[in-house]
Design a binder for this molecule. Structure first.
Ligand SMILES: Nc1ncnc2c1ncn2[C@@H]1O[C@H](COP(=O)(O)OP(=O)(O)O)[C@@H](O)[C@H]1O
Ligand SMILES: N[C@@H](CCOP(=O)(O)O)C(=O)O
Length: 305
């Protein structure tokens, strides 16, 4: 049987004020998706995740992306998608995006479609739309391109990173829930104050320039958001105090990972990682949340075996 297998990393999207634009892939977790040509239509199987993930192709981010891709390319073959979940779902780690990215990459290779990375983002984000109600490109762009990305319309750009000892601390509360991002997106305001917009532009530009120049202060300033994180705060009430702990441990900065509930801390060799992990866990447990803490580094792009 003709098959291709791909691997796509987890991601943290938004990165403060970069809602639906900025994201970073990290090597905390990865999904594996094998696509095989079959005579039995589009079939999806999922193994290895606590949260129930739909195997209905139209309700699975990978299945929906592949159906869209095959339709546009007039491919009538059936395809089975075997998804091995490594990225825990519903936690703000780009789980649905990783599956979609790996599935599109596998099918691209299986049928030698020659898709550009931007085209893979285009199809993968359709799968995000099936899951979250509206297609958002940030998670899939990071999983496909790797590194830090900015999605600027139909084009995604990798941000250059001048920071040798950058690492992440992920605080992952046991709060996985279905349709989490869909619900989180309903909280995003349709209209914002001009003052909030201006502050967020400053944050976003600070982050991008800070990463490119290796400027710690600019990155710290950039990891803030006046709009989306504030609107969603009821979904992660521990965030403000956890951010204070991170900064007290001399983290570079901290923000919500995607739509949460996970929180990502940017750290380097000047950061007291032990203090942040110890005090952060104490804080969350004092608020009634059990939490998994995982360190990670910037991850690469999707890899086809
Ligand atoms: N291949 C997939 N991997 C993970 N979640 C999926 C997939 N397909 C559909 N889903 C659904 O998407 C939701 C998880 O994705 P989302 O809410 O975007 O959270 P996150 O991306 O933070 O994991 C769950 O409701 C899950 O059932
Ligand atoms: N820009 C999206 C990002 C969702 O990321 P996820 O990892 O929580 O799915 C949003 O904030 O809605």
């Amino acid at each position: 049987m003709d098959c291709r297998k791909s691997f796509a990393f987890s991601s943290s999207a938004n990165l403060g004020s970069g809602f639906d634009i900025l994201s970073v892939a990290h090597d905390a977790f990865f999904d594996e998706v094998e696509a095989c040509i079959s005579s039995d239509g589009i079939r999806v199987s999922v193994v290895g995740n606590e949260v129930m993930i739909p195997e209905d192709p139209l309700r699975n981010s990978a299945g929906f992306s592949v159906i869209s891709l095959l339709k546009d390319y007039g491919i009538k073959d059936g395809v089975t998608l075997k998804i091995k979940k490594g990225v825990p779902a519903g936690l703000g780690l780009g789980s649905s995006g990783a599956s979609a990215a790996a599935a599109v990459a596998s099918v691209n290779s299986l049928f030698s479609l020659g898709l550009s990375k931007d085209s893979m983002v285009k199809y993968s984000m359709l799968g995000e739309g099936a899951v979250a109600g509206t297609p958002h490109p940030d998670n899939v762009a990071a999983s496909i391109f790797g590194g830090f990305v900015a999605v600027l319309g139909e084009r995604t750009v990798n941000l250059s990173l001048k920071y040798d000892d950058l690492k992440f601390i992920l605080f992952i509360p046991s709060l996985a829930s279905n349709d989490k991002t869909k619900k989180a997106r309903e909280l995003v305001p349709k209209i914002v104050e001009t003052s909030s917009y201006v502050k967020n532009m400053k944050y976003g530009l600070s982050l991008v320039l800070g990463l490119e120049r290796g400027d710690r202060d600019l990155i710290r300033h950039g990891l803030n958001d006046e709009i989306v994180e504030k609107a969603r705060l009821p979904m992660f009430p521990y965030y403000p105090k956890l951010k204070e702990i991170a900064l007290s441990g001399n983290a570079i900065g901290s923000c919500v990972s995607g739509a949460g509930p996970s929180i990502i801390v940017f750290a380097d060799n000047e950061t007291d990682v032990n203090l942040i992990e110890t005090e952060g866990e104490k804080l969350m447990e004092s608020m009634g949340y059990s939490v998994n803490i995982k360190q990670a580094k910037v991850g690469g792009g999707v890899r086809v075996e």
